[in-house]
Unconditional design. Structure first.
Length: 344
């Protein structure tokens, strides 16, 4: 066998080994992700209020193993995305509830909101956590709007940074694009075979009827009533007054405080100090951080995403549509009711 042939064969074998190794790694990685072992993140701990006048090192020994859980909720609330993972969050809350060493929950929220279903599940999970008798303090970061504010209402006390944007109490649901006029102009025929006059509701190839608009509005209004009721109940605001506040607008921290949507404007560190020193009476208690960190996107996922983007761009160009419209048409969750601050 010639030397060049041998070298080529060796290179081919090494390439096949590399491909096989990548496939095995990907399978292991997927299994780990599904089990949650690679997405659970606890990034260290520290103690708070050790400089308090009420701190006593001898007394502190009795709760040296106790901890406040600093739980971060960030990104758009959905099933899973780059910054948010619903399964991880729900499992983490349940695990903390079952941990007798966990003394309290400090929730940091930086989110424009998201899906009604997931936002309500998180709200209910935190409310269930409170049945242990342990306090929940919420801190609103740069934004805690819509679904982010909805979750905040589960807290015993809501803090906000002075530059926080919050509120945005409202619901958005069911984007619809009627492309029938454009299709007629381009000579495109699109038809969906369906039974049930509303089965094809909000599809791009049929106009929206008044009945369909009323159907979607009724579901949207139901979600809105739920949201307003949650705010009114937890913030001690009359329902009618709460309705006036709940017109979908964003509030500054100062405005939110004036309208009783939050309790305090201060820093995250001072909130933890208040929780440790005044609420728990445990100055010097440990704070343990729980923050979701997604692993870097794999090569295959990256290429698949890029291919989808190119496909959307190509289809949009052929139809003379904005790319964002094409993305919305192809979106799986376009019928999902959202507690979401749009445009952010």
């Amino acid at each position: 066998m010639k030397k060049t042939t041998k070298s080529g064969l060796i290179v081919l074998i090494l390439l096949l080994i590399a491909i096989a190794g990548y496939i095995v790694y990907s399978i292991i990685d997927i299994n780990k992700t599904e089990s949650g072992s690679t997405i659970t993140s606890s990034s260290g701990s520290y103690r708070v209020a050790e400089d308090s006048d009420s701190y006593d090192s001898n007394v502190a020994r009795t709760y040296k193993r106790d901890f406040i859980a600093a739980l971060y909720i960030e990104g758009t609330i959905a099933e899973a995305n780059q910054n948010y993972n619903h399964k991880w969050l729900m499992n983490t809350i349940q695990s903390l509830k079952n941990n007798d060493r966990n003394a309290a929950l400090a929730v940091f929220i930086n989110s424009p909101g998201g899906a009604v279903y997931q936002a309500d599940e998180v709200y209910l999970a935190i409310t269930d956590y409170k049945t242990t008798g342990r306090p929940v303090y919420v801190y609103q970061g740069p934004m805690a709007a819509s679904g982010g504010y909805y979750i905040s209402c589960a807290g015993n006390k809501i803090y906000a940074n002075r530059n926080t944007l919050t509120g945005c109490i409202g619901v958005i649901m069911g984007s619809s694009y009627d492309l029938t006029g454009l299709f007629d102009k381009l000579g495109i025929k699109s038809e969906t075979i369906h039974s049930g006059k509303n089965k094809n509701m909000l599809n791009y190839n049929e106009p929206v009827t008044e009945e369909q608009r009323a159907i979607m509005q009724s579901m949207c209004d139901e979600c809105y009533t739920q949201f307003v009721s949650i705010v009114a109940k937890n913030r001690g605001i009359q329902y009618d007054t709460c309705c006036k506040l709940s017109d979908g607008r964003l509030y500054s921290a100062k405005q939110a405080l004036e309208n009783r949507l939050i309790d305090v404007i201060d820093s995250w560190d001072n909130m933890l100090r208040d929780l440790a020193e005044n609420e728990l009476k445990k100055p010097g208690i440990k704070v343990q951080t729980f923050k979701y960190q997604r692993k870097p996107q794999g090569f295959i996922d990256l290429m698949t995403g890029k291919a989808l983007e190119l496909e959307n761009a190509k289809a949009a160009a052929e139809l003379g549509l904005p790319v964002e419209v094409m993305k919305s048409i192809n979106s799986e969750d376009r019928f999902t009711p959202m507690y979401l601050a749009t445009g952010y």
